[in-house]
Design a binder for this molecule. Structure first.
Ligand SMILES: *Cc1c(COP(=O)(O)O)cnc(C)c1O
Length: 390
């Protein structure tokens, strides 16, 4: 009997140790971890740089209130700003919280310039932005909102990749466009550079803010620090979380100084957000990702992985319908039962996770080694062969 509520479907495995790309279970099995706690363990498990940062800071001070200066957070904000579009940062603890803050900032910006009615947020139908009340209604997903009414108003929706549907939904009260640069949970769907550039043009013309949720695709996951860098489009607000903590809960909102101006004392806060322990772990994650060649290596591994997966798809078209993704945010859309396929991968010691649209999500650590990718490919081939016979 478990005292945990049943809000997750848990696999019957528990882990006692992690090292690099591998997890070790209580029953002494070794698993290749290609889901990375859902794009969280950017540098794999027990990375020496992260261990050192955590242990060093733990001996100094863990937590102080945001009513004091926190130099560790100043440093992380500076580290984020110097390599990105951002001028200012607010730290929180999770992706959902970062998204909520992003929505607040967009609305407050227009309020502060005397346009309080410009407050509607335009999102993608059946998207994912986290599980808080505002975010589930931002998702426009029936499944996620069922039973959680009354509806949080203020969100409109357009169809993924459909510029006409987007244009139709814009009106004078639209404050911001809000979507993931590359969608994770919703089935690994990557916006084209052309689409993003068109969106930016519309934003400029209609004076609408662009919020790009990079909670999953950000922090190197796409092969660039941010996925939107491929398009050269500059957003106004970017919520991040998952990868930035490498396993320590951190969220943040990055923004331009234009929109940051409205966030005066008292407008937003978070007790834990930006505490010294979290901040030093975040700084350690960035010190690795910023190393020369790190992101180029992600892109190289991605190219190899996607190419080899495509070969498998060609051999087993009855099993795999499509290979898609960017960087190490990879999806296999299946023609077979998703749950059974993932179970079979797990039984063969490869950990992956599901996404919408019958997609297996593959999210290796960003420092994954080529021989580990080869091991994953071998397992995927084996499982495809099994399912091809069925
Ligand atoms: C995971 C995720 C969130 C929610 O993050 P939490 O830390 O679970 O609150 C929001 N947006 C995207 C794109 C995500 O992938």
């Amino acid at each position: 009997m478990s005292y945990l509520a049943k809000n997750y479907n848990r696999r019957k495995i528990s882990f006692i140790k992690g090292k690099g790309s591998f997890l070790y279970s209580k029953d002494k099995k070794k698993y290749l971890d290609f889901l990375s706690g859902i794009a969280v363990n950017t540098l794999g498990h027990s990375h020496p740089t992260l261990l050192k940062a955590l242990n060093t800071q733990a001996k100094k001070v863990w937590h102080v209130s945001n009513s004091f200066e926190i130099p560790e957070g100043e440093l992380l904000a500076k580290n984020l700003a110097k390599k990105t579009f951002a001028d200012k940062v607010i730290f929180v603890n999770s992706g959902a919280e970062a998204n909520e803050a992003a929505i607040k900032i967009a609305r407050r910006h227009f309020y502060s310039i005397g346009k309080p009615n410009k407050n509607r947020i335009l999102c993608i139908k059946n998207s994912f932005h986290g599980r808080t009340l505002a975010n589930i209604f931002a998702s426009g997903s029936k499944k996620m909102t069922e039973g959680f009414g009354p509806k949080v108003s203020g969100f409109d929706h357009f169809k993924f990749g459909d510029l006409n549907s987007l244009k139709k939904k814009i009106n004078k009260n639209t404050a911001a466009l809000f979507f993931e640069t590359a969608m994770g949970e919703s089935g690994i769907k990557v916006h084209s550079n052309k689409f993003l550039r068109e969106v930016k043009k519309i934003c400029n013309k209609k004076k609408i803010l662009l919020i790009l949720d990079e909670v999953q695709c950000g922090i190197g996951r796409s092969g660039k620090f941010f996925a939107f860098e491929y398009s050269n489009v500059k957003p106004d607000i970017v919520p991040i979380a998952k990868g930035i903590g490498g396993g320590f809960p951190i969220g943040a909102v990055l923004m331009t100084k234009k929109v940051a101006k409205c966030m005066i004392p008292g407008t937003h806060g978070s007790t834990y957000g930006g505490n010294p322990l979290a901040m030093m772990v975040g700084n350690a994650v960035l010190s690795e990702i910023y190393k020369k060649g790190f992101l180029a290596n992600v892109r190289k591994n991605s190219k190899y992985f996607l190419f080899e997966l495509e070969k498998i798809r060609k051999n087993y078209p009855k099993v795999i319908k499509e290979v898609r993704g960017v960087g190490l945010l990879i999806g296999l859309q299946l023609n077979v039962n998703l749950g059974k396929f993932i179970n079979s991968l797990t039984q063969n010691r490869l950990l992956t996770i599901r996404a919408a649209e019958n997609v297996v999500r593959i999210l290796p650590p960003l420092n994954v080694k080529k021989n580990e990718i080869n091991l994953a490919l071998k397992i995927i081939r084996k499982v495809c062969k099994e399912f091809d016979k069925k």
